[in-house]
Design a binder for this molecule. Structure first.
Ligand SMILES: [Zn+2]
Length: 433
């Protein structure tokens, strides 16, 4: 940030006839150089663990990485010694709701203003980053609180992960993405409601206008919404085709919340980039996902929280009943889908459970069919690919942002070690040590 401001100053001074180029040169020379000594380094691209590596960071980017034995240390560089630890790229959660608080479920949420929710997001952003998640895709927030949060983090107002934001999730009247808690005389309609292909296209345009990087839609009913069924389809194929066509035209990817088998199939056929939850995916859905390269983002940790804490958190009795029906099926289908060849990216629905506990999901990804390395890849390179940020994040390589974490154990052997992150760096700045 400092660098950018100096450049702007230099440009302004240049316009005033003051010698600007020297300012720009000084700013460049100022970029801080940091060296990390890594005892072990997880190469998520190759799926291997390298020993005794040295990473050189200049400003916010990685400028070299290689064996410590042959590394040339730049003079005056700050050295961070992680030689007794395992270093890996910052983790990515593809399904968060940073402006949601887990203990404000059901009717409790009605008393929370959009402004207050955004401020919950400030705390959630810090917790998420400190837990080692240096990027998130936030798939649904009211009042465009996620957009404000993203911009405030980018401008350095407070710390948090890099964010891709959706604004409001788009869905049918009375569906999972509407507001169904109040009776008809209160006349409350969710801001994301759009029925029919053209209304849906207009809603995509509205989200893009106000800062959405990604479009989130509700293809089926949900667990935490009132009066609908997770297994029942909500958007039609025709509506989803319109949404995907519009979003892709505007350069936005589409994430579809879909629990039921038919909603998953139609979402994939419509061309969405990821299916969220995918709880009741069938063989046909797995085949389509594999053939079309559609990512599945299956949140298989939060069942624990909903069943143990949901009532205390204010969740509706019907929500807990729905979770009891689909929670275990989703975990079993995670195994089926993964072994069936579907691409997976890590996403947890953070906000349904407390922020910062994101890494608890690794235990379930391993239990239901992944190796620790595969689970790490789902949360790094795969997630970066789905974000459209493969050139920026998701691996430790030259030119990437220095988003780097470390743990004392070996997460490639046991990814549950990632619940105990001891070091976090984002864009070359040490967040936690
Ligand atoms: Zn969600």
């Amino acid at each position: 940030m400092k660098f950018k401001h100096l450049l702007i100053t230099a440009t302004v001074l240049g316009a005033l006839g003051v010698a600007a180029p020297s300012f720009a040169a000084d700013a460049k020379a100022e970029a801080k150089v940091v060296v990390i000594r890594a005892g072990k380094l997880v190469d998520v691209v190759a799926g291997t663990v390298l020993k005794d590596q040295t990473i050189v960071i200049t400003g916010e980017r990685i400028t070299s990485v290689g064996p410590s034995a042959s590394a040339k240390l730049p003079a005056g560089a700050q050295v961070i010694d992680l030689s007794s630890q395992t270093v890996l790229p910052g983790l990515i959660d593809m399904h968060t709701h940073l402006t949601a608080d887990a203990y404000l479920g059901g009717y409790n949420a009605l008393g929370v203003s959009d402004t207050r929710a955004a401020l919950y997001g400030v705390r959630a952003a810090r917790k998420t980053l400190e837990a080692g998640f240096t990027s998130v895709r936030n798939v649904g927030a009211s009042g465009f609180g996620d957009v404000a949060l993203r911009d405030a983090i980018d401008e350095g107002d407070f710390i948090g992960p890099r964010m891709r934001t959706a604004g409001y999730a788009i869905g049918i009247q009375g569906g999972h993405c509407d507001e169904n808690l109040l009776p008809a005389d209160k006349n409350v309609v969710g801001r994301g409601v759009a029925d029919g292909p053209w209304q849906a296209r207009a809603k995509v345009r509205e989200m893009a206008k106000y800062g959405a990087d990604v479009i989130k839609i509700c293809a089926s009913g949900g667990v935490l919404s009132k009066g609908d069924e997770p297994g029942a389809q909500q958007y039609t194929l025709e509506e989803m085709q319109a949404i995907v066509g519009e979003a892709h035209k505007l350069g936005r990817k589409v994430a579809a919340h879909a629990h039921g088998a038919s909603s998953i199939r139609d979402a994939i056929l419509a061309g969405v980039d990821s299916v969220e939850h995918a709880s009741l995916i069938d063989d046909e859905g797995i085949r389509l996902a594999r053939e079309k390269g559609t990512y599945l983002v299956m949140d298989i940790y939060n069942d624990d929280f909903i069943l143990q804490e949901g009532e205390k958190a204010g969740m509706l009795p019907e929500s807990i009943a729905k979770e009891k029906v689909i929670g275990q099926l989703q975990r079993d289908n995670f195994r089926k889908a993964y072994t069936g060849g579907a691409k997976m990216a890590f996403g947890t629905d953070a906000g349904v459970y407390p922020h910062g506990d994101n890494a608890r999901q690794f235990a379930y990804m391993i239990k239901y069919g992944m190796t620790s390395m595969q689970a790490i890849q789902a949360a790094t390179i795969n997630a970066a690919d789905l974000l459209g940020w493969k050139d920026k994040v998701g691996s430790i390589g030259v030119g990437k942002y220095a988003d780097i974490i470390a743990v004392k154990g070996d997460p490639a052997q046991d990814a549950t070690e990632l619940t105990k992150v001891s070091f976090v760096m984002k864009g070359g700045e040490v967040i936690r040590r």
